[in-house]
Each structure stands twice: as C-alpha cells, then as structure tokens.
Design a protein around this ligand. Structure first.
Ligand code: ASP
Length: 591
C-alpha cells in the first residue's frame, strides 16, 4: 500500500478554500463523543482544527475515532466544510470543520503526566521532565518559533551587510569572562583539560587579525556561575565583531536588526536611533547602568532645598559631607504603615532612612515635611520634572554614590507599585563609556569591569600608569551596553589591538608577565603580525526573545533549559559516569 502523504498542515488547510480535500496528520487534542457524532480537535505545530467523524459519512472512520484518546497520533483524510453560522467560533479555522472520510491511528498514547493546556497547572519540574509534551502547548510553540525567526532575521541582516558566520571551537582553552570554566578532561592527554568557552571572545579577535573583517556567530557560551533564577549555565549569544568601524557605525548596525526583529516578529516599532547615554549620566539620572526609561521619576539632587532646615539630623548629615537626593513619584501618598514599609526597603538597600515630602495636597504631608524649609520649592521642582506636583518626594541623605544606588532601586520598585511603568512602551538606549576597571574585592587592586580586552577611552589613556586606585577606577573605557526597558541586552567594546597596551592593562590587574604569557601569550602573539582596530559585542538571544515576548522566565524561551539548580530533568544531567570512564580519563572518583 502506498504510504499515506500529508497534503496540508493545519495552517494551510485553514487558508485553503472551503471544500478542499486533504490528508491531515497530528495529535488528538480533544475528543467529544456525542454517540452519533465524534468531534476530534486535531493539533499540529501550526494550529488546531475541529474534525467531525460521522458514521453516515464513514463508519470505519467513526470506529477508529471511538478508539482514539488524547494525544493519539492520527491521519485523517477528508474535506473541509463551512460550519453553520451559529456554530462558528472566533479564531483561525473557527469558520470550518473537517469532515473525515478515512482515518488511521499512527500511534497510541498513554495518559500524559499533565494536561496540555495554556494555563498549565503542572509544576515546572514536571513540565521540564516531559518537555516534549510541554512543547506541544501553543505558547511554547510560539516562543520557539519566534526565537527561530529572531535568529533568522539576524542571520539575514548580517549576511546582507557582509558578515561571515564562523564557528569557533567548543573544546578550547580558558576564556577570561570572569566566570568559572566548565572543563572537559582529555582522555588522550591524561591530566589535561579543555575549557568550554565562556564566549568566543579571543577567537573572534583573532579572526579580525586574520582579516575576516566582519564576523558573527550564534554561539553557545558556557559559564559555571552561582545559581540564580534567570541564569542558565549555557546561554546562546549573538557574538559579533567588526574591523575598521566606528562606534556609531556599529550602533546603527545593531539598531537595524533590532528594529527589523520588532517589526517582523511583533509588528511594533522600536524607536531608532537609540539614545546614547554615558554611564556616569545613567548613574546620576537613574541610579543604574541599565536604566528603565519607560517612566520618569529620575533622581535629582535636592540638597539645596534643605539648606536652612531646623532638622538636626539633616544638618548633621550635611555637615558630615552627605548630600540629599530624591525621586518624585507622581500620585504617591503614603499612609503611616506604607511609609514604614518603604523606609524598611530603603534601609535594606543601604540608606539610613527615607525622607518623604508629599506635595500638591491641601497641606504638606510626609515624614520630614515639617522640617522642609520651603515646601513650595519642592512642589515647583516636581512640576518642572514630572508635569505635576501631586505626589511624594522620596529622599535619602548620605554619600552620593550610596544615595544613587538606593534611589535607583527604590525608583524601580515604587514605579512598579504605583503603576508608572508603561508596559506597552519600548525604551532602548546605548549606555556608553563604563569604567575600565572595578575593585577586585579579593586583592584590593583593580580588575577589568567588562573584560581585559577593552580599550580605554583616548581621553583617559594618560591615567593608565597611575598607581592611585581611585585614578585607575576613574578611567573610562570605549565600551557600551545595549539596554532595553531596564534589561542589559548586549555588551561590548572597542578592543585593545596594541600588544604593549594590552600588557599594561593586564599588568594593572595584578597579573605577572609569566601569568600573562601562560594565559594569553598565543593571543598577544597574534597582535604582533598586523592587528586591525576592531570592536564588537555579545547579545544574549534568550534575553532578547524574553524582552520581545515580555516573558519573565528564561526557561519559557529555551527548548531544553536547565532548572534553576543547573539540572536537566529530562535527561537527568548532570549524572555519574561509569567506573570505566573514570579510569579512562585518569580521574579519581570522590571518596
Ligand atoms: N565577550 C563578551 C561577552 O560575552 C562580549 C563582547 O565583548 O563582545 O560578554
């Protein structure tokens, strides 16, 4: 007998004229047995369609349908027919049914461990253990399909611009991205190990040295980091690098595919060009290097408004060198209890307390309103900043850096609680010129804030030989993050391409020449034979898809994710290995 051929998927049969004959194949999503008639909702990757099995049409098919249960895999041959007007449903295919003339069960199914429904009730653990069932849900199909579309758009776009997609090895040597390596023991070189790449950073830079000019890769990056909710031990990154390019050219390139993704995948407009915001400005205005600019309430210094106050704790704080910063939250009016709660939050974030002044009402309210020298000045500033004076100033007194940090976080929480965040808005930006170094808590010295291959800004280059930690910390780098709605999307920089400069930067990080030679000798050597100026970045695909679809859980956009404790419930990884493998690898099992 000839093999049965599927003629249409469900999307295609829904798009075809009513009366089209077809063979459909898929899963039994639902079955309703009305005795005389059986209705089966057939599901495939593209959709669902009601199929009708009428013994008068085909007694054999009706008999087959009587045997069918949920998730049986079936082939139905028949024809579409318009549903009577009053039985029509909303949504694709709701205007038609499929009259089955011949039916075949292709495979049977046991009762599934959980019900396949959009408002899934099963625990995440169970869903991941039976991920192949979970992936039958429409939301999951959509997420995976959009992810594919995102990657396809990126590939098309970058190919149009002359980028080459180049694979770099998985079995490699350690990459300095600041996380722990996953290592793979070598069987043929006992006692030696490969490291799985934390990123293709050094390879892509070497590719620039080889003249590839424009490289990209949809790369798996593996980082053995401490477990956190939305962290995965392996993540996928759009990794790219360009030679002979300006920062502006790179930004325009990045904005181009982002705009295309938003337009093609969700039909929304991402405003370009993205604002360019220096890191220092981001910290001053939003208290964060990844600002959520979907709402206002930016941080302001309001020390001047406290001059002449009679509040002893304020004057004492100011005399100690403290300053006052505040955010104005429109519409906020705090009860005594709410004030206590938010004060606790501010304290947990590191503030000494929370000072509030409510303006715009009949009389001034707030924890420190009676000490404010000039309430009208607060009201005026609120109107200037937010277009209204009805709301509350939330302020902290202390050292500037701490104030900004506390208010940055408080702004997000209060903005969320007050419903100030416009969820339909897209607020992208490039945050630029981050510090080159940060304090290494273990050594007290400095370490690379992004990674050690980042070029300092030309204007700050002269500070590189300083022995003063503060001066080193004030060096800005030619680096940038793409930020969207408060989430870091991409991170990259102009790279050092002068071997002598690279040595200075690594030495500042406390590495000895021997250590530099051992870890990066091969890489620095590549720079000696003609290295072009180059820059690039890495952009997390998982996060990009999460932002696009506005989902909070990273596991919703990955086909086979690990749990928050880095395990794969489907395959049972990580797992023990056979005794023989220990031996082959010359490894000792833990006693
Ligand atoms: N390698 C960097 C990272 O993975 C990105 C870059 O600088 O291109 O974060």
């Amino acid at each position: 007998m000839a093999e049965l051929t599927r003629t249409h998927n469900i999307e295609e049969i829904i798009a075809a004229p009513i009366g089209t004959a077809a063979t459909l194949m898929g899963w039994v999503a639902r079955r309703r047995d009305l005795g005389q008639l059986i209705f089966i909702t057939l599901r495939d990757r593209w959709g669902e369609l009601q199929c009708t099995l009428d013994p008068e049409e085909s007694p054999e098919s009706h008999a087959v349908a009587s045997e069918c249960r949920g998730e049986f895999v079936v082939a139905f041959t028949g024809v579409t027919r318009a549903r009577p007007e009053k039985e029509q449903r909303e949504g694709p295919g709701g205007d038609r049914e499929f009259i089955v003339q011949s039916a075949e069960i292709l495979s049977r199914a046991e009762t599934t461990p959980f019900v396949i429904e959009e408002e899934v009730k099963a625990s995440e653990e169970l869903r991941l253990k039976h991920r192949y069932i979970d992936l039958r849900r429409r939301t999951m199909v959509r997420n995976i399909a959009i992810r594919h579309q995102v990657v396809r758009i990126i590939r098309d776009y970058l190919s149009e611009l002359g980028f080459l997609e180049i694979e770099t090895p998985l079995l490699a040597n350690t990459t300095p991205e600041g996380a722990r390596d996953y290592v793979v023991p070598s069987r043929v070189h006992p006692g030696q190990f490969y490291a799985l790449p934390q990123s293709p950073q050094l390879f892509k830079q070497v590719l620039m040295c080889s003249g590839m000019d424009r490289y990209f890769q949809i790369a798996k990056c593996l980082r053995d980091e401490d477990l956190r909710g939305n962290r995965q031990p392996e993540h996928t990154q759009l990794d790219l690098e360009m030679s002979f390019t300006t920062r502006e050219e790179l930004f325009t390139m990045g904005e181009g595919y982002m705009k295309r993704i938003w337009a093609e995948c969700i039909g929304e407009e991402l405003p370009v060009p993205f604002p360019r915001v220096p890191y220092n400005e981001a910290i001053e205005r939003w208290g964060s290097d990844k600002p959520d600019a979907r709402f206002g309430s930016e941080i302001r210094e309001v020390t001047a408004l406290w001059q002449g106050t009679e509040a002893a704790f304020v004057t004492a704080g100011l005399e100690e060198g403290g300053v006052v910063h505040g955010i104005f939250i429109p519409g906020l009016s705090l009860s005594r209890k709410e004030l206590d709660n938010w004060t606790d939050v501010a304290k947990k974030l590191g503030a000494n307390g929370l000072m509030t002044v409510e303006t715009g009402g009949d009389e001034p309210k707030g924890s420190v309103a009676k000490f404010a020298p000039d309430i009208a000045a607060f009201a005026k500033l609120a109107t200037e900043a937010e277009g209204t004076n009805a709301g509350t100033w939330c302020m902290v007194l202390g050292p500037k850096a701490k104030n900004l940090k506390v208010l940055g976080e408080l702004r997000l929480r209060l903005g969320d609680a007050q419903g100030l965040i416009d969820r339909s808005k897209w607020a992208p930006m490039w945050v630029v010129d981050f510090p080159l170094y940060e304090i290494n808590d273990e050594t007290g010295g400095v370490t690379a804030a992004h990674h050690a291959f980042t070029n300092p800004l030309a204007a700050d280059m002269h500070k590189l030989d300083s022995t003063d930690i503060d001066e080193l910390l004030s060096i800005r780098a030619d680096n940038y993050d793409m930020v969207l709605n408060g989430v870091e999307m991409a991170s990259g920089s102009l790279r050092v391409f002068d071997p002598a400069l690279q040595m200075r930067i690594l030495r500042n990080m406390g590495l000895s020449d021997e250590q530099i030679e051992h870890r990066f000798g091969w890489f620095l050597e590549a720079y000696r034979y003609g290295a072009p100026p180059h820059r690039g970045y890495g952009q997390g695909i998982d996060r990009l898809v999460m932002s696009l679809l506005q989902v909070d859980n990273i596991r919703e956009v990955i086909a086979f994710p690990k749990t928050a404790s880095a395990q794969c419930p489907l395959t049972g990884a990580p797992a023990t290995i056979e005794q023989e493998q220990w031996w082959e690898l010359r490894l000792q099992p833990l006693k």
